[in-house]
Design a protein around this ligand. Structure first.
Ligand SMILES: C[S@@+](CC[C@H](N)C(=O)[O-])C[C@H]1O[C@@H](n2cnc3c(N)ncnc32)[C@H](O)[C@@H]1O
Length: 302
């Protein structure tokens, strides 16, 4: 993780903090127009993208196949998704569910909320959120894998769910305007990005002040070896890209969020021997967290 606050940035931020509200908003905008690309060293990003898209194409089209990780309704129930709500979600979305935790208690969605789902996959969490926010609310899923998007869109159309949209895009550069959501959710996705700092900065940008980031993701207790980090197969399986938990929290906070709670999801486990070996050695685990985009200029650390 690296800070991108230069000396001159710091000066303008100090100036803004003593100036009026308009000036603060202006500096906040400038800060977010700066797109700093922080890529994990040693990772072949093009190869990684290709493997991630192939793997999640299979998750969409062949959910009964063999993966390093568990999927589907059994997993969702074990993670604590209420069965009564799962019953209302299209079966195809539930069977391709590849999340790693349950964070909708943290998200605390209300009728009318506008929600974004980062890495929406075949759509299970987006459909879940749509039930929570009702006909006055809306849910926008973003994903980069065509087959996941095609499946989610087909299921949405079959149900005539007009409050849900799925768009193609990267979570590091989201196709959404500033301050457009009350809540951003994400399940088992950010570990797959080699640009996690950019993802958290984007989540901050698209949330309104006071908005919530509720997510579940894979992290580690100990830093992974370079050999594992550079193994794009393990990365695409949600292991190789897992950040050390304190670094992960640091990246969320550096983007400007205030983390209010974090907990471990002991019910989540990987399936293959290779994945379980890495899990035992490095303490690979699933966590859920809730963070808030504060209403002031907190991200800028004046
Ligand atoms: C482990 S699956 C989780 C999907 C969904 N959240 C769920 O719980 O079933 C990861 C999803 O994130 C998408 N994804 C991974 N990296 C992404 C990125 N950088 N930008 C957009 N989508 C990404 C993949 O295409 C895949 O659909």
């Amino acid at each position: 993780m690296r800070s991108h606050q230069s000396g001159s940035d710091r000066f303008s931020i100090e100036w803004a903090s003593s100036a009026g509200k308009d000036a603060k908003e202006q500096i906040g905008k400038l800060e977010h127009e700066e797109r700093v690309v922080t890529t994990t060293p040693g990772v072949n990003v093009a190869e990684l993208d290709d493997k991630v898209m192939r793997m999640y194409r299979d998750v969409a089209t062949n959910p009964g196949g063999t993966f390093h990780f568990e999927m589907g309704r059994g997993l969702a129930e074990r993670l604590d998704y209420p069965a009564a709500i799962l019953d209302q979600i299209p079966l195809g979305a539930v069977e391709s569910f590849a999340g790693v935790g349950y964070h909708f208690d943290f998200a605390d969605l209300h009728s009318g909320d506008q929600v974004a789902d980062l890495g929406s996959g075949s759509g299970m969490d987006a459909f879940f959120a749509a039930i929570k926010v009702g006909s006055e609310g809306s849910v926008s899923g973003v994903d980069m894998t065509d087959e996941q998007l095609a499946k989610a869109n087909r299921l949405r159309d079959e149900r005539g769910l007009s409050t849900v949209t799925f768009v193609k895009g990267r979570i590091e550069e989201m196709p959404f305007p500033d301050s457009s959501f009350d809540c951003v959710v994400s399940n088992g996705v950010i570990n797959l990005s080699a640009r996690k700092a950019d993802v958290f900065r984007e989540a901050w940008r698209v949330l309104r002040p006071g908005g919530r980031l509720a997510l579940s993701d894979i992290v580690t207790e100990r830093q992974l070896s370079e050999q594992i980090v550079c193994n794009t197969d393990l990365w695409a399986s949600c292991i190789g890209g897992a950040a050390q938990v304190d670094d992960y929290r640091g990246a969320v906070e550096e983007a400007g969020f205030h983390i209010t709670d974090i907990r471990e999801n002991a019910e989540y486990r990987f399936l293959s021997d290779q994945a379980q070996g890495a899990t035992a050695t490095y303490g690979v685990k699933s966590v859920s967290l809730i963070a808030e985009r504060p209403r002031g200029l907190d991200r800028l650390r004046v």
